[in-house]
Design a protein. Structure first.
Length: 269
């Protein structure tokens, strides 16, 4: 079905759109249960492309409701470049600083969007994302902090003052998603609630986008890829299948060099 014209206009103007329905509340609860059953032994893998390891996540990144919305803003030929869980435990001090996703990703153009799917409610109390409308027009300078409680790879933050009063709280029910532009200024505060906040961030790129900082890989999820800028990734044949584990390890090595370039290649965790 895709987005209607007014929704597309709002996305182009503001740089984000929410809430968009994807899963029923029951489906979202089931996803949370599946995720939490994996955390004890596989939490590290859940931070970097877990859709390459688990069949249910490979299916989720291809969910028609997500792809229809992303196609409306990026076009018909789509690849998943990355995915990651952002989890804040109850009364956790973890936060996400004000930043733009594009800063260290090394991608050639801003034809990139994140679908952030809520496995739990996202509320003001539990640390929902905040976004600054219309802030996606230019790339700003950032600084690295590597702060212990920052959920970002380098603890990166915008190096100029952000007018926090302009921020919009991205409130979602479990099963809903937001969609935001790769240069959107956004962040999120700690979780002050008695329950976890769980979101699954899926990074989609238009097929013409390429990686300019090294060898990279991505998975085609809709349309065709006539550009072949990325090494092709395949969905797992079964959860944690040997071929999937090998593919994931190779991906992790590549993404380490890109995301941590200039820092001594800090290991991805």
């Amino acid at each position: 079905m895709g987005l209607n014209e007014s929704a597309i206009v709002r996305y182009r103007r503001d740089g984000f759109l929410f809430p968009l329905p994807v899963l029923s509340s029951g489906e979202a609860r089931a996803c949370r249960r599946r995720l939490e059953s994996l955390e004890a032994t596989h939490r590290g893998e859940l931070r970097h492309k877990p859709h390459l390891l688990f069949t249910w996540l490979a299916d989720l990144v291809r969910h028609p409701a997500i792809l229809d919305a992303v196609e409306s803003v990026l076009g018909p030929n789509l690849l998943v470049w990355h995915s990651s869980f952002f989890i804040k435990d109850a009364r956790d001090e973890a936060f996400v600083s004000w930043h733009q996703d594009a800063t260290y990703w090394g991608l050639s153009s801003p034809d990139v969007a994140t679908a952030w799917l809520a496995f739990t409610e996202a509320t003001v109390e539990n640390g929902a994302m905040r976004m600054v409308p219309g802030s996606h027009g230019e790339q700003l300078a950032h600084r690295d902090t590597f702060a212990a409680k920052n959920l970002l790879s380098r603890g990166q933050e915008i190096a100029v003052e952000v007018d926090e009063a302009r921020g919009v709280d991205i409130l979602l029910r479990a099963g809903e998603m937001s969609l935001h532009h790769v240069r959107m200024i956004h962040g999120s505060p700690p979780n002050r609630s008695a329950d976890r906040r769980i979101g699954y961030a899926i990074r989609y790129v238009a097929a013409h986008v390429k990686q300019i900082e090294g060898e990279d890989s991505a998975m085609l999820v809709r349309g065709v890829d006539t550009y072949h800028h990325f090494l092709p990734e395949e969905p797992p044949s079964a959860d944690l299948a040997p071929a999937a584990l090998a593919q994931h390890a190779a991906m992790k090595a590549r993404v380490t060099k890109i995301l941590y370039r200039g820092t001594g290649d800090t290991p991805v965790t």
